[in-house]
Ligand binder design. Sequence first.
Ligand SMILES: [Zn+2]
Length: 139
Amino acid sequence: MDRHRLEKTYAGSYKREYPFGDNCGYCGQSADSEDHIPPLAILPMLIAAGEGDRYERRLIPACRDCNVRLGASHAMTLRKRRKVLASRLERKYKHLLRRVVWDEDELSEMGRNMRGYIETSQAKREYVMERLRVLRYFS
Ligand SMILES: [Zn+2]
């Protein structure tokens, strides 16, 4: 079944939940999509296997990155999905997370381009670490 038909057939059977209000129910950043548990792509197989009612159907606000990164992950609880996300984020940003953190004094001695590059990279690192903190704390 294509995505549109899946939505039409099953979307109404999912119950909306708001673990972190309107923010992403996984990493806590602002949400711009919704994640289906179990994933819509998997539900028909569960139903065919007589397991259609085994998992509560939940619709969770999600940021695009968490949603895409989860894909059709078979983790069926929020906690397990947060664990999956944390390990996928750690793998994806392994190098960024290991990078040396420069302080203000060190940055002030650098040229403008180098400083800009490092500040951008450190801001991204902070963003990823904040998401990981939330994912780990609630999983
Ligand atoms: Zn997220």
